[in-house]
Design a protein around this ligand. Structure first.
Ligand SMILES: [Zn+2]
Length: 129
């Protein structure tokens, strides 16, 4: 598999065979096992990213304008949620309500229980405070 590197805020994401490696500008390394990253390959609204079945999609626009390790860790949190819940429960309890809430009220979106939970477990995985 060919290696791809994406520059993000204060570091870069590197697609490796078993997951995505983050290398910070301060040279710290965090490996996000089991996921693949895709940038702007499909229709993705400007400031969005989402996770489905281990695939993390990021809009090209956002990637170039401040997409951070914290945000990647949040999306990874959704991957961990899906692994715990299984595909259909994740789809109906998290993925679909999440898309719906972004469209209806982007400000309230981040306060949703499943969003705060994704942030929490993603940070815990990456050892972010
Ligand atoms: Zn989210």
């Amino acid at each position: 598999m060919k290696t791809k590197t994406y520059k993000i805020y204060r570091g870069r994401l590197i697609q490796e065979p078993g997951g995505v490696l983050f290398i910070g500008d301060d040279s710290r390394k965090i490996f996000f096992e089991g996921v693949r990253v895709h940038v702007g390959k499909f229709f993705i609204p400007r400031e969005t990213a989402f996770q489905i079945s281990g695939h993390i999609f990021i809009s090209r626009h956002w990637l170039k304008r401040g997409f951070s390790l914290e945000t990647f860790a949040h999306e990874y949190g959704h991957y961990l949620q899906q692994r715990r819940l299984g595909f259909f429960p994740y789809l109906f309890r998290v993925a679909i309500p999440s898309v719906w809430s972004i469209l209806r009220n982007p400000v309230a979106h981040v306060t949703k229980r499943y969003e705060r939970h994704a942030t929490l477990i993603g940070k815990r995985y990456a050892h972010l405070s």
